[in-house]
Design a protein around this ligand. Structure first.
Ligand code: ZN
Length: 494
């Protein structure tokens, strides 16, 4: 086991070095660095992959013995074995073909989106889909090729239970969205547009996430085109980025809360797991549950703003001086069907994911052709949200994921949303003082509860086991739907 752990530590160091280069590329690197950096990153990722897929890793796995069930060693072994199998099951010819297809598809997608021309992207997606099916077959699955792909991002997740989860969400959400649509008198988001000095936005965001418990001795915040959170093999250095719009308050504010949620998960992992298989969050869905919890359950709640709004008003008297708390709260929770997923509100967001989930399944089942995607997309938008995108740039071309061959990734966003409420409800049940704390700008009890129950375990438990351990239940949509019905029912008088 010790030799295996040493090998993992080396792989972790290589990946961490690549992550630093990646962070630099997205924050400070001058344009001239692009080509050199691509070479460095590909060398490091090749080295990490070769070390993991090497026969010696297999031999060390075979001779690692049988650690005590439930122990940290047993968890490590399970995780290393799973990564080793994923790395060795894929023929190198397939890996190369897929990465080549991806490298050509991403710029083609960017051009196609700029020109809103699906037919310019379609040939690339037509190449990617069979390669994705081949990947699923090589990785292996019992019921559905989608299972093998989901497992990459959300270990243990399966297509059938997810389809059920989405059906429940659809049944609960579509009628509410229709009712709000017809009840809507006006666009409520106006207070969020005005003059918002970037430095002041930054200062306010930093003050809030400091109160959340983001640790600046083990992190920093910089600017990047797309907000993200990144760590380097352990909880000692977990960085976030954001972007500012001087005319629009929402993007930086909520992205800062969101990324801090991701970062506090990573900062909370047991330091003893650094450079091991147990380091870092356990899945994309669990990660997203943490970012959404801070962004939405805390950061879009009325008690939170009852405490922070006077301060925000003082920060931006020119733009917010005349807006009262109630109107500000309505503005940040403005719900309106819209074309673009990343700009959508809490209520409509998951229907954007449902639509992609259904189309991915249809592509893998070959029940739809690539050429027919835009029409199917628009029909589903009309059915679920009552709107038809103006063009494909606002529709099927809006997200980068398919050009990056990330099939099975989208559902983790919804898993995260659903779990954010399930975890939050459990926390409040066990520590009722959390809610009053939020109203005083005190988040310590909530943060420590999350750390104790979720963060410190890193990847030790797979998502399903973690959810059971923390909430005593499997993932369920009930708490999430009740939360949305309560919140938006009140906001819109449903
Ligand atoms: Zn996120």
């Amino acid at each position: 086991m010790q030799l295996l752990n040493e090998r993992l530590a080396t792989i972790s160091d290589i990946s961490a070095a690549a992550a630093v280069l990646n962070w630099d590329q997205q924050t400070y690197m001058p344009e001239g660095g692009v080509e050199g950096r691509a070479g460095q990153l590909s060398t490091l990722s090749r080295l990490a992959h070769e070390m993991l897929a090497d026969d010696e890793t297999g031999e060390l796995l075979d001779s690692a013995g049988e650690p005590e069930p439930g122990s940290e060693d047993a968890a490590s072994l399970r995780l290393i074995r799973r990564e080793y199998e994923k790395a060795t099951k894929l023929p190198s010819r397939l890996v190369a073909e897929l990465s080549g297809a991806r490298a050509r598809a991403e710029p083609a997608w960017a051009r196609a989106r700029a020109e809103s021309d699906w037919s310019a992207f379609a040939p690339h997606l037509e190449k990617i889909v069979p390669l994705i099916l081949e990947t699923a077959a090589a990785l292996g699955y019992e019921d559905h090729p989608y299972d093998a792909l989901l497992d990459i991002y959300e270990p243990g997740a399966r297509q059938a239970p997810l389809a059920k989860m989405f059906e429940e969400l659809k049944a609960g959400l579509v009628p509410m969205i229709r009712e709000i649509g017809s009840a809507r008198a006006e666009d409520r988001s106006a207070p969020l547009f005005g003059k918002f000095d970037e430095a002041k936005q930054e200062e306010f965001g930093k003050a809030v996430i400091s109160a959340f418990g983001y640790d600046w001795k083990r992190g920093r915040q910089d600017r990047a085109v797309h907000p993200f959170c990144i760590n380097f093999g352990g909880p000692g250095d977990v960085r976030i980025t954001t972007r500012f719009d001087p005319g629009w308050l929402s993007p930086a504010l909520f992205a800062t809360f969101h990324e801090a949620g991701h970062a506090m998960y990573e900062q909370g992992v047991d330091p003893a797991y650094t450079r091991t298989a147990l380091s870092g969050g356990t899945s994309m869905g669990i990660h997203e549950s943490q970012s959404r919890l801070w962004e939405n359950l805390v950061g879009r709640s009325l008690p939170f703003w009852a405490h922070y709004y006077p301060r925000l008003q003082k920060t931006f008297p020119e733009s917010l001086g005349e807006t009262d708390l109630k109107d500000f709260y309505r503005a940040i929770n403005d719900s309106r069907p819209s074309e673009i997923r990343v700009e959508s509100d809490e209520l409509t967001y998951n229907l954007h994911i449902l639509l992609r989930f259904e189309l991915e399944i249809a592509l893998l089942e070959e029940s739809i052709s690539v050429a027919d995607i835009p029409a199917a997309w628009n029909a589903k938008m009309e059915e679920y949200l009552g709107i038809t995108p103006e063009n494909d740039a606002m529709g099927a071309l809006q997200d980068v994921h398919w050009s990056a061959s990330l099939f099975g990734y989208f559902p983790t966003y919804t898993i995260g949303n659903v779990l954010s409420v399930q975890f939050f409800d459990t926390a409040v049940k066990e520590r009722p003082e959390i809610e009053a704390g939020i109203g005083r700008g005190e988040f310590g009890v909530l943060r420590e509860w999350l750390r104790e129950n979720i963060h410190r375990h890193g990847s030790r438990y797979d998502p399903e086991e973690l959810v059971e351990r923390v909430t005593g239940r499997p993932l369920e949509t009930g708490p999430y739907l009740r939360y949305l019905e309560g919140k938006f029912g009140e906001l819109y008088g449903l």
